[in-house]
Each structure stands twice: as structure tokens, then as C-alpha cells.
Design a protein around this ligand. Sequence first.
Ligand SMILES: *Cc1c(COP(=O)(O)O)cnc(C)c1O
Length: 403
Amino acid sequence: MSSIRSQLRDCPTRPAWFEVDLGRLSSNFRIIREDAPSGLEIGSVVKDNGYGHGAVEVANVALANGAGLLLVSNLDEAVELRESGIVAPIMLMGERMETELRLCIELNLTLAVGELDTAKAASSVATSLGKLLSVHVKVDTGMGRYGIRWDRALGMLQSIGAMPGLSLDGLFSHFSMSDELDKSFAIEQTGRFRSLLDEMKKVGLKIRCRHLCNSGGFLDLPEAHFDMVRIGLLPLGIYPSKVCRRISNIQPVGSVKTRLAVVKNIHNGDNVGYGLRYQSLGKRRIGVLPIGYGDGYPRVRNQGHVLVCGKRAPVIGANSMDSTMVDLSAIPEASVWDEVVLMGEQGDIEITPHDLAAWKGTVSYEVITAWRSRLPRLFINFKEDKLKVLRKLPEKTKEIPII
Ligand SMILES: *Cc1c(COP(=O)(O)O)cnc(C)c1O
């Protein structure tokens, strides 16, 4: 079995892949660092497998470029980072079940806490283990999700501050609308956050790390930067919206590519795909791509395009789980096994996650996290030894699984 696996490492398992340019990722982090006011800590959000770009790889590049904290949403995401050898601070966002607390403490994670009961349980587990657990209190300033309401938070902060086994290191909240032109609610949320900080000041409660901004807030709301920002999308070279501030030279990191598995001619009136969604008007030359909605490509019908030979080839019919058909009639030079770009650049043309999102009627965040794990990740433009230094090898494995 292991020899089959090692053969697979040399031979791509399928002609479809998610390519992650770690050189660009590294450069984006450096550009963001330069753009940020000095002293502002960068928290790198690598939840959901680093937005599909590979959590361990994105985390390592973030840390190599000065990020001070990694943030994830689930305990197994934190376990994956620790198992890869990352010793940097990792914060778990959301709320924890009591059964998760012991492992959180053993892995030396930082916990987001928005409920007094979670804090009490965490305090008792930490005390019984003789450990100190770092917590950041989550305040709900208008997102209506996790956290204690800002105007009721002071009492909870004071009691958590007094709990044994807990170190109250952070206070944070989350914007519900930071990347649109209308910043009025974000400003309202910032005001609520500040009013809590004022109340804390009056009673002499100091907290080291205050944070409110995601990518949109980092770009457009400098008055809300506080001590740290939590950014996930921007380092990947994707802007949260069309209207937020641009930083020059930020480049997209992830692309999705495949090859033309079949190129063939069809006759006038021939159908293509499930549900008879496409019938040709005249002779056409079509291509079949070995990738479909089962890989995370949006399930579209006669909508959108891919890039072949540096040109746009329209998607025809309804794409299926494992295949998508395109019209190559205007690209006579296209031939079988040519490279095709579904997301990313080819020649002078680019298909952005925002384009794919528009075809499906969703947001770029959903497009990039939708690419499934059956689509192999291919990491390019990095120095392997540089990653090796950052990543302490797991004990039993000799090789680093890069792909
Ligand atoms: C996902 C998330 C972020 C990162 O948001 P981006 O827009 O990707 O930068 C920050 N904070 C919280 C609480 C999140 O859930």
C-alpha cells in the first residue's frame, strides 16, 4: 500500500488540481505588514483548511512573515496545526463544549469565551490540571452571533478576570458589515466596543489584546484596528468586496486548473449534459473537463466560462458531479490535455472568485471554501527547507506530505 502511495506522489492522481502559490502568499503577508501601522499585530485566520488553501501551509507562511496568532473555528483544526509541529499561539473562535476543554488546555490553545458557563467550566478543568488557560472574551456588538452583549459585558469580564486557571488576555468583537460602502453600522459597533473599554477603564480593568477587525475592517476602518486584526481572506489575495480599499501588488494565491480530457465535434441539434439544458445551433467543437460540482465548481447551467489557450470558453449545458463541458468553437487551436483554468489567470485573462460567485449567486468566501478535498492541492513557489524549519516533523513520519 505504501509503495502505491509513493508512486502516486510522483504521478498526479488526476488532471485537476487546486494550485496554491506560496510565494505570492508570502509576498501578500509582507505587503500587508508594510501597509499596517507598526505595532499592529496580525492574526492569521486559517479556519476551514485555510479557506481551502491548506491550513498548515498558510499558517507557516503567515508565521514566517510575522503573524503573531493563528485562528481557527474547530478543535480538530487546531489539532492539525499542532500535529504539524506549529508551536505558535492558536486561538479557537466560537464556543466550546465542556468535553473539548481538556484537550484545548493540553494543546495550549487560546480560547474565545462568550458565555459565563464556558468560562466556569474552563476554569475548573484548568485548575484541576494545574494549568493556566489564555482566554479572549467575545463581545456581541451587533453581529448577533457569539459573545456577551457589549452593555452587559463588564460584570462577566470582572468575574472571568478573577477565575483561577484563566488568564484574561483578550477582548474582541466581530463586524457584521465592514466591507460595504455604508460604514455606519461598523462605526456603531466600534462605538459600542469603545464604550465597554471606557467602562473597563473606570474600574481599572486592563486587557492586553483588543481586536475587532476582519479583512474589511483592516482595509477600511483604521480607527477600529486596536491591538490586532484577524484577517483570513485578504492574505489570499482576494478582497472581501469590490468597494473596499485596494493595496497595490496584492496577488491572488489560489487557482483551480484542469485539462481537456476530450475534444470533439458535435452536430447541429446535438444535446450536451443532463436535463437537455443545451442543444447546439449548428456544428460546434466542444471540450469535456474532468471536474464538476463534486469538486466544488459551482453547479451552473449555460453560465460562466473557463480559460483555454488564453481565451474564454463558455460553459455549456448543466455541469455534472465529475465533468463540465465547454464550447471550444472559437478556439480552434485547443487540443486534448491542454491546461484549462477554472479560477485564476491564463495569459492576460483572469477568472476571480468574485466572477464564480456571481455565476452561482453567492459570495467569494463560499466559492473558495467550496473546493473539495478530492481536488489535490499543489503547492508552488516555496523553499521546502524553509517550511521544514518552521514545521517540526511529526514523530513517526519521515517525509513531509506537501501535497
Ligand atoms: C472568519 C473570521 C474572520 C476573518 O474574516 P476575513 O473577512 O476572512 O478576514 C475574523 N474574525 C472572525 C470572528 C471570523 O469568524
